[in-house]
Ligand binder design. Structure first.
Ligand SMILES: [Zn+2]
Length: 262
């Protein structure tokens, strides 16, 4: 979600501009029955009025038309150039941004009234675009979740803690790397069952969850965590030097310290 927030801030430059051309040359990323021509028809002539984000979902509102929902998958990025063709983004520095640019990866190009051009580039085609996405399918955004909300999210049933943190329908925005980093900082194991957490654990997790998002956001993305360089065989805990363990939790490769994360 940190990357998505940086895209949202970029796309926010388009507020007040009108769509003049939509070229969705790869219908694979269009979901819920959307076709390239339907997307072009739906958006043509509309003004961008607002950008929003819930977790990893970016939302672009238009004046009287549909809201465009954009999911970036693993490798999707936004490129934006202004009226003079100058590129606005420094997103190339993000870890998962492709190191080279192949025009075949440009799945969607939208041109605006002042000649600004937005391109959704995605090597692996895991990005998803929908109109008027169901926002109620997502939990509250992790970046603004209140302690009481987090406690309620953790109180439902018994499941490994990390699996619950990754469940976008309950809490939106936490991906694999962020989950491992905030659990590392909270001294909680990803396999700890949610029904064994006490009030102190919840408070500590809440504090570190928000701090992790804030700190890694400032550093430049979810790949900038203290644990990141140690996510490898033989990697050691940055706090106490114990060898990290790796296992699949919630279907995702997880690294944690068996010594201080309990
Ligand atoms: Zn440790």
């Amino acid at each position: 979600m940190l990357e998505v927030e940086s895209y949202r801030q970029l796309v926010d430059r388009l507020v007040g501009l009108r769509v003049v051309k939509v070229d969705a040359r790869d219908s694979h990323i269009l979901k819920a029955g959307l076709t390239p021509s339907a997307l072009a028809t739906a958006l043509g002539g509309l003004e961008v009025t607002r950008t929003r984000r819930i977790g990893k979902l970016m939302l672009v509102d238009t004046d009287g038309g549909p809201t465009v929902g954009m999911h970036f998958g693993m490798t999707g990025i936004v490129r934006l150039s202004g009226p003079t063709g100058v590129a606005y983004s420094d997103i190339d520095q993000l870890l998962y941004a492709p190191k080279r640019h192949d025009p075949l990866w440009d799945r969607l190009t939208v041109t605006f009234g002042d000649s600004s051009v937005l391109v959704l580039c995605d090597p692996r085609r895991l990005a998803r675009i929908t109109l008027d996405p169901d926002e109620s399918a997502l939990g509250p955004d992790a970046g603004t979740v209140k302690r009481a909300q987090l406690a309620a999210i953790l109180a439902v049933g018994a499941t490994p803690l990390k699996a619950r943190l990754l469940d976008q329908s309950r809490l939106a925005g936490i991906g694999n790397l962020l989950a491992d980093e905030m659990l590392f900082r909270s001294s909680l194991s990803p396999v700890r069952m949610t029904d064994t957490l006490d009030q102190t654990d919840v408070s500590r997790l809440h504090r570190h969850l928000l701090a992790t998002l804030r700190i890694l956001g400032k550093r430049g993305g979810s790949h900038t965590g203290d644990l990141m360089p140690e996510r490898r065989p033989g990697g050691r805990c940055p706090k106490d030097g114990h060898e990290l363990v790796r296992d699949a939790v919630g279907g995702r490769t997880s690294w944690w310290c068996p010594h201080h994360q309990r």
